[in-house]
Design a protein around this ligand. Structure first.
Ligand SMILES: *Cc1c(COP(=O)(O)O)cnc(C)c1O
Length: 488
């Protein structure tokens, strides 16, 4: 097998796919039944006979690519997964070919050095870095610490585990004490609830904090909640805030929540999986005001930092919290000073881990900080314009003005019925011209956009509104999707 030939076939096919997607050609999504796809890809034949590369590769891609979610298409406005910067995809290929696992330094010095430099860069953006330059790995007083993980869910678990170690150092050996509870927004990501159960607090240990009309945590609800917890003989392990909330893209008031946590000496964890990227933009950083008061933050690079999935960071204000996370002795003191470099294995739930730092580095090094900031500003500001367009239309309703690149709205010509909005969303996705999502906010269902692609422009949103009107009218006339197609 000539691997260069295979790589050339793959790259030229993918390149054409991306160019076509970017120009808005074809459907965003076609969903065939899974068994039909397996047939199309000749899975049975290739597994039995082998000999796939190079002869089968082209045919495979011709069947595979049309059945993907087209993330580069400007009418992909669905989940919060990055339209990847191509440099990140190429770094993925390099990682795959080199296969250096980021658990111990000797298994990939270059990859781990870059990971730690990227962690320093991220800490610097939060204001938790005390070093002189990105390659400064000294164990400095009041320095922050962090590690890259495969995804924000794992990052949330890592951060909450550190919160548990802080309040209950014996929990690692003796188990989680029954009196620990976590206060979190009613509107938090489900991975928080999972992390709390996995940590052995149990779902009942989640004390939901009241939210306002648009799902933001009410800081005034914190004191009464803490008092109730104390009366019950319980102890608050952490307060979890959203920056921003997955459903709405709105930021909890971090500064006020942070002040409360400081006054009551409670660990503040900020779930910034999507929204922490605002920190790199001078124009949008105010949305994260108060972040320095937090104890831990998670930040997904594969959402607004343009890296391919996965690449997430868990950051801690005090690096000792990271060092203490998975054992209750300060391992850095025992670290062999003569040993070159550092391992990441003491700080992560994972053992083998991919070279995620390189992906972020290649994107940053290609774009530069200024363009990265421009991207955040561009998508956030575009979404505000889309909101103005949609909200101006008498048959559309937006429950709030967006702070980020996530927008909720409903089509109200036939009423705001929850089921109707959901059916509308499903029909639109089934037709495949647009990919959008839906969410519930305070029991009301909305259509939802996450504007991840810088190519998504006013013309696409206008076309989406026309599509919604057409589909809604047809649904009301109880026509089949087939008839809708013919009317176009
Ligand atoms: C996406 C998201 C997560 C989960 O991150 P993954 O990388 O998908 O595991 C957690 N919290 C918030 C607020 C998110 O938006």
């Amino acid at each position: 097998m000539d691997v260069k030939e295979v790589a050339n076939i793959v790259f030229s096919k993918l390149h054409q796919y991306i160019v076509d997607s970017e120009s808005g050609k074809g459907k965003v999504l076609t969903q065939l039944p899974a068994s039909e796809i397996v047939d199309l890809l000749n899975v049975e034949k290739w597994v039995t006979e082998g000999g796939f590369a190079p002869n089968g590769v082209e045919g495979f891609l011709e069947a595979y690519l049309p059945n993907t979610q087209h993330m580069h298409h400007p009418q992909y406005i669905g989940h919060q997964v990055a339209t990847p910067n191509l440099m990140s995809g190429i770094a993925d290929m390099m990682n795959g070919l080199l296969n250096n696992p980021m658990a111990i330094y000797e298994m990939g010095p270059a990859g781990l050095a870059i990971e730690r430099a990227m962690i320093n860069w991220l800490l610097k953006k939060v204001g938790w870095f005390k070093g002189d330059h990105l390659g400064d790995f000294r164990f400095l007083e009041n320095n922050g610490g962090g590690v890259l993980t495969h995804g924000g869910s794992l990052a949330n678990l890592t951060a909450l585990c550190a919160a548990r170690a802080a309040i209950s150092p014996s929990a690692w050996v003796e188990g989680t004490p029954p009196e620990l509870v976590v206060l979190c927004s009613e509107n938090s990501h489900y991975s928080i609830e999972r992390a709390i159960s996995i940590l052995g607090l149990g779902k009942n240990a989640i004390i939901p904090i009241a939210v306002n009309r648009v799902g933001l945590m009410k800081p005034t609800a914190l004191l009464p909640a803490c008092e109730r917890v104390r009366e019950q003989g319980k102890k608050v392990m952490a307060i979890v805030a959203n920056a921003c909330a997955t459903s709405t893209g709105l930021y909890d008031p971090l500064d006020e929540i942070g002040q409360f946590c400081e006054e009551h000496q409670i660990w503040l964890h900020v779930d910034g999986a999507h929204g922490a990227s605002a920190l790199i933009s001078p124009q949008k950083a105010h949305l994260m005001k108060g972040i320095k008061r937090a104890d831990s933050l998670i930040w997904d690079m594969h959402k607004m930092m343009q890296t391919s999935a996965l690449c997430a960071a868990v950051l801690l204000k005090d690096q000792r919290r990271l060092h203490n996370n998975f054992q209750q002795q300060a391992s850095y003191l025992l670290h062999d000073k003569k040993k070159v470099g550092f391992d990441s294995i003491p700080f992560t739930i994972e053992c083998t881990k991919s070279g995620m730092g390189v992906k972020l580095f290649w994107v940053l090094a290609t774009e530069g900080e200024k363009n990265m900031a421009n991207f955040i500003e561009h998508t956030y500001n575009n979404t505000l314009q889309f909101y103005e367009l949609i909200n101006r239309h008498p048959d559309f309703y937006c429950p709030y003005s967006p702070q980020s690149n996530i927008l909720c709205f409903s089509y109200t010509k036939y009423g705001a019925d929850n089921d109707f909005q959901l059916t509308l969303r499903n029909k639109i996705v089934e037709r495949g011209n647009f990919y959008i999502t839906s969410t519930e906010l305070n029991g009301v269902r909305y259509l939802r956009l996450a504007v991840m692609n810088k190519l998504t422009a006013m013309e696409h949103i206008k076309a989406l509104m026309e599509e919604i009107i057409l589909v809604a009218d047809n649904l009301k006339r109880k026509q089949t999707p087939y008839e809708i197609e013919e009317n176009l």
